[in-house]
Design a protein around this ligand. Structure first.
Ligand SMILES: [Zn+2]
Length: 154
């Protein structure tokens, strides 16, 4: 082998498709997103915090939560970042156009923050406390991509 010979390794395609159950609470969450474009969280009977996405037990009170409550689709940006480094999106296998926003959204009526993309139409409007609203995909499949992104409304 020549001292500076270039070695190329072909990794090939390694698809590993699989399905998994999201449980009763996840099913309610994704069913409502898909069929009604609504967000549902769950309320703790003791501290009355509303969690989204819904979960079975309040981490503070250790109480089972069974009361689903509608939240959003509007909210405010709790925190965010703007990504400028292009990379292959594992959700699509394609390069995600940059820049784009990613943030933690406090949906109206919820006490926890919900992570998702934030659309950047005008960067100066993307800030903590800005009002946002969910934009849903026209063809919803019952997964997190049913929400395209949150857009800043004010
Ligand atoms: Zn609680």
């Amino acid at each position: 082998m020549a001292e500076k010979e270039q070695v190329i390794i072909e990794s090939g395609e390694a698809r590993q498709p699989f399905n998994y159950a999201v449980g009763m609470y996840g099913s309610k969450f994704f069913y409502e997103l898909k069929n009604n474009r609504k967000f549902f969280g769950v309320k703790c009977p003791e501290c009355e915090k509303v969690f989204i996405p819904p979960r079975k037990v309040c981490g503070s009170c250790f109480r089972e939560m069974t009361e689903f409550v509608e939240v959003g689709p509007g909210g405010v940006i709790g925190t965010f970042t703007i990504l400028r480094y292009a990379f292959i999106d594992p959700e699509t296998g394609e390069q995600k156009p940059v820049p784009y926003g990613y943030g933690f959204i406090k949906l109206d009526g919820a006490d926890t923050l919900f992570q998702h993309y934030i659309n950047i139409e005008d960067e100066k409007n993307v800030k903590i406390g800005a009002r946002v609203e969910a934009v849903f995909s026209e063809e919803r499949k019952g997964n997190i991509k049913d929400i395209l992104y949150f857009r800043v409304t004010g």
